[in-house]
Design a protein around this ligand. Structure first.
Ligand code: FES
Length: 103
């Protein structure tokens, strides 16, 4: 398993999404208070960047800015059409204020 430090927790906007590129992976990082979610930065409908979308803090979902599909942050499950396949998610831990992603 690979574990990568992707930055300090405070560097990620609370309630927002940010693109992170690590090695050959394109990730979107969403922070809601002390919770951090990391998913592939590609909508499963037509491969648009999820990091361009809005985060629904109440439902903990991210919206694809292109056609409006919503994905659950915890497991990447599609919550509405037009997406029908989940987005891959990653294990995340926060240690001493640093965010680490594993794969
Ligand atoms: S590309 Fe994301 S909903 Fe179509």
């Amino acid at each position: 398993m690979t574990r990568v430090d992707i930055g300090a927790l405070v560097e990620f906007p609370n309630g927002g999404a940010r693109a992170v590129r690590v090695e050959d992976r394109e990730l979107v990082v969403v922070r809601i208070e002390d919770d951090v979610y990391v998913l592939d930065d590609r909508c499963t409908h037509e491969a648009f960047w999820l990091s361009d979308g809005d985060v629904d803090v109440a439902t903990r979902e991210i919206e694809c800015a292109r056609h409006g599909a919503m994905f659950r942050l915890s497991d990447g499950a599609p919550m509405c059409l037009p997406a029908t396949s989940p987005v891959a998610t990653y294990e995340v831990s926060v240690r001493q204020g640093r965010v680490e992603v594993s794969w």
